[in-house]
Ligand binder design. Sequence first.
Ligand code: 1HE
Length: 264
Amino acid sequence: MSHLSTPSAQDAIQLEMRGSVAVIRLCRPAKRNALNDGLILALRDIFQHLPKEARAAVIHGEGEHFCAGLDLSELQERDAGEGLHHSRMWHSALECLEKGPVPVIVALHGAVVGGGLELASACHIRVADESAFFALPEGTRGIFVGGGGAVRIPKLIGAARMMDMMLTGRVYGAIDGERVGLAQYLVPTGTALDKALELANRIASNAPLTNYALMHALPRIAEQPADHGLFTEALMVSIVQSAPEAKARVRAFLEGKAAKVQKA
Ligand code: 1HE
């Protein structure tokens, strides 16, 4: 299997720097941003080679829908062995995003289905607008999740809800989707990208080492036995707080020069 992204895939995804935020746009609206191999590999390439100045990233989709999932026109040709490698290719691409250099915020609208929900679940923060709807049609199409959804989606909503979505084809609208944990933010229709950019800019102003610790240590600690987790936490806090930037930020607060926590 080729691991080079094709020229057509590069047309279907765009990277633009807005200050220190990398904005990644799925641009295949005629196919509802369905993810073919080229697009998945192009996404992987982007996260492997993010510009050095990037401190956070935002992913969004062009057109009426965020993403219709796997490009089903490519599914027809695959035997079992190819299916295995295809799934592993999605895993490695989404791993580059999830365990990459910067936090990723995804702006969701319209369909967030199948592999589109798997992509969203690999991001660090999900912002949905009121037009968003979430589904895993794999179950009713006689297939299975293959882009890491079996691991990541139960962590967001629990295995019972995911099983229900796949067994029955249940679709969650935006309000219920946010309620059950598929998105952390719910915003008016048409404003998900603005909200995602606002959050990304806020995140980009954090100390980079703290962001890195949150992305890389927190999920691992959550999967460790408590004793190991506490030890990893102690190692992480000692490294993060020893950075000159951390000391400067604490000093600024003590000198009354940094923002206080405001009541929500
Ligand atoms: C596609 C795809 C696709 C649309 N692969 N071509 N995902 C699904 O099972 C979801 C399939 N898609 C849909 O249910 C609907 O398209 C939507 C609800 C997302 C949008 O509906 P609508 O009415 O706006 O668009 P449409 O008319 O259905 O689609 C427009 C075109 O996009 C049409 O092609 P055209 O050439 O006839 O114009 C569709 O065929 C095409 N299209 N979705 C290919 N998914 C790592 S494993 C992950 C496993 C999965 O993700 S399985 C779930 C796949």
